[in-house]
Write a protein that binds this ligand. Structure first.
Ligand SMILES: [Zn+2]
Length: 181
C-alpha cells in the first residue's frame, strides 16, 4: 500500500469569500452618502425598469413614444383587440400584425395603496409613495403605476390624474400618473 493520503480538498466552492466591506461592521446608515440616482447601477434581476432599445426589446417603439411624451400600446390589426401591456403578438389571434396607438393621457384612480417599506431598488428614498390602478378615460384599460402629485393620505378613489412620462435618471423612460385638480 503506497497510497498517499490526499490533501483534503478545501470546500471552497461553497464558501463565499468575504470582502473587506462585508467583514466590516455595518456602517451607520445615516452617515452613508446617498449616490445620485443617475449614477446608480442596479443588478439586472432587481432592476424594476425594462431595457428599452431596439437591440434589447421588440417593444422599443413603446419607449420611443414615451420619450416623445406619449403613452402608447399595440392594437391588433386583424381583430382590433387593444392590448396592455403592449405585445409583439396578439394574445387573442396570435398575429404579429400589430399597430401602435397612442392612449388617452387622462384617467381616474380606480384603487390605490401606498408603499411604506420594501420599495424596489432605486426607490428606497422615495417612500412613502402611492401606487394604484387608473382607468384611462376613453380606453378600456386599467393601468398600474405610481401616482404623484399629492400625498397618498390625501388620495381618493376617482381622483383625476394624467399620464406623465419621465426619464428615470439613466436615460430610460417610463410613465407614471400625476394628480390634477
Ligand atoms: Zn388579434
Amino acid at each position: 500500500m503506497s497510497a498517499v493520503p490526499r490533501p483534503r480538498r478545501a470546500r471552497s466552492a461553497t464558501v463565499v469569500p468575504r470582502t473587506a466591506e462585508a467583514a466590516a461592521p455595518p456602517p451607520d446608515a445615516s452617515a452613508r452618502p446617498t449616490p445620485p440616482k443617475s449614477a446608480e447601477k442596479r443588478p439586472f434581476l432587481l432592476d424594476f425598469f425594462p431595457l428599452e432599445t431596439s437591440d434589447q426589446t421588440r417593444l422599443h417603439r413603446f419607449y420611443e413614444r414615451l420619450r416623445e411624451g406619449h403613452l402608447s400600446t399595440t392594437r391588433c390589426a386583424r381583430d382590433g383587440e387593444l392590448h396592455w401591456p403592449p405585445r409583439t403578438a396578439c394574445p387573442k389571434c396570435h398575429t404579429e400584425e400589430l399597430e401602435w396607438v397612442d392612449l388617452p393621457d387622462g384617467g381616474h384612480v380606480y384603487a390605490f395603496s401606498a408603499v411604506l417599506a420594501g420599495a424596489p431598488l432605486g426607490m428606497e428614498t422615495d417612500v412613502p409613495f402611492a401606487v394604484g390602478l387608473v382607468d384611462l378615460d376613453g380606453a378600456p384599460l386599467r393601468l398600474f403605476g405610481r401616482i404623484e402629485g399629492r400625498p397618498w393620505t390625501e388620495l381618493r378613489i376617482g381622483q383625476p390624474v394624467r399620464v406623465e412620462t419621465y426619464d428615470i435618471g439613466d436615460g430610460r423612460m417610463f410613465y407614471r400618473f400625476r394628480t390634477v385638480g
